[in-house]
Structure formats: structure tokens, C-alpha cells
Design a protein around this ligand. Structure first.
Ligand code: SME
Length: 166
């Protein structure tokens, strides 16, 4: 992928993706993804990963203000909608979306990207921004790539019976 530019900040997307791919296990990969996305993308105000447990999304690694939504049923929130629809959802104005579960009063827009393997949802990436309409096709492509790297690592950890945060 080409370097991504966001105002003053420019970073090498390939460095980010390589770091996630090279992580030794699912926990490390999720931690690296959250840390690098938050550090490298100034418009990513809150970055977190939810893991699907039964019919609930359980909050795993995240950076940003603590969220009251540590467990989200699949029929609630933008998070629940993205997992149920097995599709990325971008919301330009969270306050205009009746599905939205508020995490912070400053949040203006959100993107939720399912982490899937072979059509099965394992979890999702959830990013909030304090900027309205902060997320576009470039963010979507980047985050779907990150999700595709995380999916086999999470699936392997689960197959081995490892306990993942969340
Ligand atoms: N806004 C999400 C809930 C999670 S918080 O943003 C961290 C939603 O509507 O599902």
C-alpha cells in the first residue's frame, strides 16, 4: 500500500502491516495494531478491538478513554451491527445514528471493521474520531487489511484454547 498521509503526519503503511504480521501471537498482534494505529493516525482518537464471545462482543485491547461498553450484544450499537452484517460500517455523524452507543461526548465519527476468517466473525476493530466524517476509503482499506492479518492469529489462538483478553 502507498504511504498514508494525514495532514502533518505521514507514515509507512507497510511498516505497520509488517509489524502486525510478524507478531509472535494474537495478543502481541492485537496490542501492536492498537498501539500503532493510535500513534500513527492522529484522527484515530479511540482505538480498540472487540472479540466475539457467544453472542456478545467483549472489549479487548484498546487505547483512549475507558468505555462503558465492555460487552456489546450483537443486536446493539454500531459494533453489533457491523458484526451482524459481517461488513465494515462507517458513520460520519454518530449523533445522527440511532444505533450509536456513546463512549465519549467528544466522539463525532466511527468506523467498525469485522475481523473475519472464512466468513466467521471473530471480533472487530472499532475506531472513534473526535473529527466529523474522519474515515474514508483509505481508512477502510487499511483497517480491513489489519483485520485480515489479525484474523488467522486470533483463530489459531482460539483453536489452541488460549485465553484472549476480552
Ligand atoms: N460506539 C460503539 C460502542 C463502542 S465505543 O465507541 C468504544 C457502538 O455504537 O457500538
Amino acid at each position: 500500500m502507498a504511504p498514508q498521509s494525514d495532514g502533518a503526519a505521514t507514515f509507512d503503511v507497510n511498516t505497520l502491516l509488517t509489524a502486525i504480521a510478524a507478531a509472535p501471537d494474537a495478543n502481541a498482534a492485537m496490542q501492536i495494531a492498537v498501539e500503532r494505529l493510535k500513534a500513527d493516525l492522529p484522527h484515530y482518537t479511540w482505538v480498540g478491538i472487540y472479540l466475539l464471545e457467544g453472542d456478545e462482543l467483549v472489549l479487548g485491547p484498546y487505547l483512549g478513554k475507558p468505555s462503558p461498553h465492555t460487552r456489546i450484544p450483537l443486536n446493539r450499537g454500531i459494533c453489533g451491527a457491523a458484526a451482524s452484517q459481517k461488513a465494515t460500517i462507517i458513520v460520519d455523524d454518530v449523533n445522527a445514528d440511532p444505533r450509536y452507543l456513546a463512549c465519549s461526548i467528544e466522539t463525532k465519527s466511527e468506523i467498525v471493521v469485522p475481523i473475519m476468517l472464512n466468513g466467521e466473525v471473530l471480533g472487530e476493530l472499532d475506531i472513534d474520531s473526535d473529527r466529523p466524517a474522519a474515515f474514508d476509503a483509505v481508512d477502510r482499506a487499511l483497517l480491513e487489511h489489519v483485520a485480515a492479518l489479525l484474523a488467522p492469529k486470533i483463530a489459531s489462538a482460539r483453536a489452541r484454547g488460549e485465553v484472549l483478553p476480552g
